[in-house]
Design a protein around this ligand. Structure first.
Ligand code: HEM
Length: 154
């Protein structure tokens, strides 16, 4: 744990870099679904979207979500050593954790939806995907602001 405390700022930087990759993918994948709904099943466009979606999820979103969580857990361990475990019950951390459950749940939903697109079983409309496209950014606002404004809560 001393090692994590000593490298707290490095961990924070790596956490933020992983978050950037994770969020880039989470914002882009539903956008691909918007355009995918317009492709005729079995067409070349349909197949191209399938490849783009699979690579985005497996190559970027999944690894970045794991890296975000690993560095985030490292920060929790370091924070616990510095301030004690009580910080997990502070309003900013509870707000962040609740929004995180939503974000990781949305990740699972996108992953399941990608498989449906791959099997040609998507039944959701272009409008639906345009609307849900806003969800990750709204959650990111809650997650980031809860951390950056935490000292106002003290
Ligand atoms: C399992 C996932 C996550 C865990 C366990 C986690 C945990 C943490 C912890 C403990 C900190 C340090 C807070 C402090 O300054 O004491 C932190 C910092 C931060 N987190 Fe996360 N986090 C996670 C995911 C995310 C996500 C998805 C985002 C953005 C959408 C995010 C954005 C940030 C930012 C911007 C900071 C730096 C804030 C600052 O330096 O003031 N985190 N995180």
């Amino acid at each position: 744990m001393d090692f994590l405390v000593a490298h707290f700022n490095l961990l924070r930087g790596l956490h933020i870099l992983a978050v950037i990759a994770f969020m880039a993918g989470m914002l882009y994948l539903p956008r691909l679904f918007v355009y995918h709904t317009k492709a005729t099943p079995g067409s070349q466009m349909d197949e191209t979207f399938k490849v783009m979606e699979r690579r985005l999820l497996r190559g970027i979103i999944n690894p970045a979500s794991i890296a975000t969580a690993v560095f985030g857990l490292g920060l929790i361990l370091a924070d616990a050593q510095i301030r004690g475990w009580d910080f997990l019950l502070q309003p900013w951390m509870i707000a962040k954790l609740v929004a995180l459950v939503g974000l990781y749940g949305f990740h699972g939903f996108l992953s399941a939806s990608r498989k449906k697109f791959e099997r040609g079983e998507n039944v959701r409309s272009e409008k639906f995907w345009r609307m849900v496209n806003e969800i990750p950014f709204v959650l990111a606002i809650v997650i980031v602001m809860s951390v950056t404004t935490k000292y106002l809560n003290h």
